[in-house]
Design a protein around this ligand. Structure first.
Ligand code: S3P
Length: 197
């Protein structure tokens, strides 16, 4: 019998859950479902940056540069971490910055959604929305990013695996169980540990 809370159970998220992981890990899809499950707001940092800049991410990279995008990403994460606890899906590069990791560690809970290369590749190939994968060898780039980034993703507080055949609900269940185990869900609701950090 699983002790994963069901949607009708009154649970309070004590900290913002920050989903990290490589492109194609399912951060946004899982995040939306997780937010529904816990009855909190879902926010996607990429979408927030696009709305603030009134440009798509490929346009931001083309008209400005990656650094401009990263500055926007840092500001969005900082702002969202001071709001009510929510589910925040970040772009795959967000957790690489020391500053972002420190902010997330201080006021959120980081959850790495890991997946193997083939699963990620199946999900991202042929899509033009990710500027880092728009070159001649996108799978090679994805492989390099995986090797370079996994040691940092591994420092996340919680790790869940998203295997290719798993429905997203399985990943949501795993995150809810891990949040509960780590004490980030309270039966009474609210954000009572917010001021301690
Ligand atoms: C990036 C991942 C993208 C987006 C941008 C850069 C990265 O987000 O933030 O294209 O550095 O891995 P997703 O991980 O949601 O695709």
């Amino acid at each position: 019998m699983s002790n994963v809370p069901k949607p009708e159970t009154a649970v309070g998220l004590t900290r913002t859950v920050v989903l990290v992981g490589l492109m194609g890990a399912g951060k946004s899809t899982v995040g939306r479902r997780l937010a529904d499950r816990l009855g909190v707001r879902f926010v996607d940092s990429d979408a927030e940056i696009e709305a603030a800049a009134d440009m798509t991410i490929p346009e931001i990279f083309e008209r400005f540069d990656e650094q401009y995008f990263r500055d926007g990403e840092r500001r969005v994460i900082a702002r969202l971490l001071t709001d009510e606890p929510c589910i925040l899906a970040t772009g795959g590069g967000a957790f690489l910055s020391n500053e972002n990791r420190e902010m997330i560690d201080a006021s959120g809970v980081s959850v790495w959604i890991s997946a193997d290369l083939e699963t990620l590749w199946e999900r991202v190939k042929g899509k033009a929305s990710r500027p880092l994968l728009n070159g001649a060898d996108p799978k090679g780039v994805l492989t390099e990013l995986l090797e370079a980034r996994y040691p940092l993703y591994e420092t996340a507080e919680i790790m869940v695996d998203s295997a290719s055949g798993d429905p997203h609900e399985v990943v949501v269940d795993a995150i809810v169980a891990a949040l509960e185990k780590a004490g980030h869900l309270s039966a009474t609701g609210g954000n009572e540990d917010k001021n301690e950090h």
